[in-house]
Design a binder for this molecule. Structure first.
Ligand code: FAD
Ligand code: EPU
Length: 337
């Protein structure tokens, strides 16, 4: 384990922002992590996973701890289900592919989401009708003050839409070291009703889909909409989809008859932020080195050498414009650092 100084974080964040870390260390096991946490020299720490949900707006004047613990193992199984544990530094999509190869079902709809396994519980990653909470069994995390390992059950995690205890009262207090999943071994409960999955399966000429077919369909839909961070820097959806009171939604309907919506409760409606941003005129707009993606208005992009601050300012302009036109505050999903 070697601490490096003045390291560019550009290769470590999918937005491709060139911010520097004063100190950087890649940690591949728990013993090393505990050692680094007890060293008194680095009071200011930033935990880094796959760097796919962060916008770096300045240099980091402290120690970046890059979580790179690897390992996947089966904890227990019966005829129908299996409990699998993956260490925090495993790449999420590779873990999904490992599960599919072993015919373990439940996370195939979450194919191709970037980032690490250890970060997945933080915002309860979700896509195509499934959220992490649907397959989550528990996670283990080291508490920064006591350096002890604590286990969090599904109830402890208080999962919500793009939300968990790790974004609320436990924020910045724990490093997740491993996650356990409860997956199906047979009679997989397939989720095909969201978005374009069914039509994509038809294109693929699949009438009785397997978990592998669903994964392939999701990958293909995602590739058609979302920019590949290896080609264009981005962090996925920059904002969360807002939930608004039904009364507010009904007044908007008077002027915007085509506003898409998903009921949340009897009194609340979720509205796609991508639609609001597109209607506000930002879709596909370029401001030189940065802009709004042409196929998905919820994704802000770095065409090469943008500064994090430029993208942050664009996000504020979008928030202000959406608020002025629709009276809706849209909240960043990306972690702004
Ligand atoms: P990082 O960006 O490294 O970290 C995110 C935050 O978590 C930071 O605050 C960091 O300090 C903290 N952190 C990192 N690791 C740990 C740890 N082990 N313990 C404690 N704190 C930690 N998300 C979805 O939910 N659904 C999608 O469909 C989706 N699509 C995406 C598509 C693209 C093209 C991209 C670029 C992103 C997408 N995302 C999506 C967002 C992103 O993939 C997820 O939020 C992912 O879980 C982030 O993981 P990461 O390891 O890259 O996190
Ligand atoms: N829409 C537009 N214009 C756009 C984009 C979207 O009008 O430019 C409207 C369309 O009506 C479309 C609807 O928004 O039908 C929903 O769009 P999409 O299916 O692309 O999903 P989303 O709501 O924009 C969410 C997640 C994604 C996730 C997809 C698929 C959030 C913030 N985003 O996007 O997650 O992959 O659903 O489930 O909830 C991420 O979190 O980074 C992410 C990419």
């Amino acid at each position: 384990m070697q601490i490096q100084n003045n390291i560019s974080l550009k290769p470590f964040n999918t937005f491709g922002i060139d911010a520097n870390a004063k100190h950087y260390v890649s940690v591949s096991n728990l013993v090393n992590l505990k050692n680094i946490l007890t060293a008194p020299d680095y009071p200011n720490k930033l935990i880094l996973g796959g760097g796919s949900n962060m916008l770096l707006t300045k240099d980091f004047d402290g120690l970046v701890i890059h979580i790179n613990f690897k390992g996947i193992k089966i904890i227990s199984e019966n005829e129908d289900t299996v409990i699998v544990q993956a260490n925090a530094g495993e790449n999420w999509h590779e873990f999904v592919l490992w599960c599919i190869k072993n015919d373990f079902g439940g996370i195939e709809n979450l194919s191709l989401i970037p980032g690490n396994v250890g970060t997945a519980p933080i915002q309860n990653i979700g896509a195509y009708g499934i959220e992490l909470k649907d397959v989550f069994e528990s996670c283990q995390a080291i508490e920064l003050t006591t350096k002890t390992i604590k286990s969090f059950s599904k109830t402890d995690c208080k999962f919500g839409y793009r939300n968990s205890i790790f974004k609320q009262e436990a924020k910045g207090k724990f490093i997740i070291t491993s996650v356990r999943f409860k997956l199906s071994k047979k009679q997989h409960n397939l989720s095909v009703n969201y978005g374009a999955i069914t039509s994509q399966l038809e294109v693929m000429k699949v009438s009785k889909p397997t978990i592998q077919d669903i994964s392939k369909a999701v990958i293909s839909i995602r590739e058609s909409k979302l920019p590949n961070p290896k080609e264009i820097g981005n962090s996925g959806s920059f904002f969360k989809n807002p939930v608004i009171p039904k009364a507010h939604f009904n007044t908007l309907l008077e002027n915007f008859k085509d506003i898409p919506n998903y009921p949340v409760t009897e009194h609340e409606v979720k509205v796609p932020a991508g639609w609001l941003i597109e209607k506000a005129g930002f879709k596909g707009k370029s401001f030189g080195s940065y802009g709004v993606h042409k196929n998905q208005a919820l994704v802000l992009v770095n065409y090469g050498n943008a500064k994090g601050e430029d993208i942050l300012n664009l996000s504020k302009l979008i928030q202000k414009t959406v608020l002025r036109i629709f009276g809706i505050s849209i909240e960043a999903e990306v972690n702004i650092l």
